[in-house]
Design a protein around this ligand. Structure first.
Ligand SMILES: [Zn+2]
Length: 115
């Protein structure tokens, strides 16, 4: 699959979950970084570009995780119960992602906005 296609699918998944969760980021970016995802105080969400090469289940977990941070900035009880609701096996997915070695994307950067 071409990278443009992967980005398109990823972008669509963000749209779907944004609607489902009723949270709307100001902007979304794909970047090379150490974390899988990051939600800034000004409501911009950054996703690790390596996610494009992971299976959909893992992508969705990170998407839902970061989108929920627009509502809930911490990982407290409310955050966890919403994660349980939407992604019942999120703890396993989280472990799996954390166990992956830091990899570098084959493409240098996807600084293009996904908005
Ligand atoms: Zn988090």
């Amino acid at each position: 699959m071409k990278i443009d296609e992967k980005i398109k699918i990823f972008k669509n998944e963000i749209k779907i979950w944004s609607k489902t969760l009723q949270v709307f980021p100001y902007d979304v970016k794909l970047e090379r970084m150490k974390q899988w995802g990051y939600c800034s105080a000004d409501k911009v969400i950054y996703f690790n570009s390596d996610l494009l090469f992971k299976r959909k289940e893992l992508q969705i977990y990170v998407i839902v995780h970061e989108l929920l941070h627009l509502k809930i900035p911490n990982h407290g009880k409310l955050f966890q119960s919403l994660m349980n609701l939407h992604i019942p096996n999120w703890k396993d997915l989280d472990k799996e992602l954390n166990s992956m070695k830091e990899e570098l994307s084959p493409v240098d950067s996807y600084n293009n906005s996904l908005r």
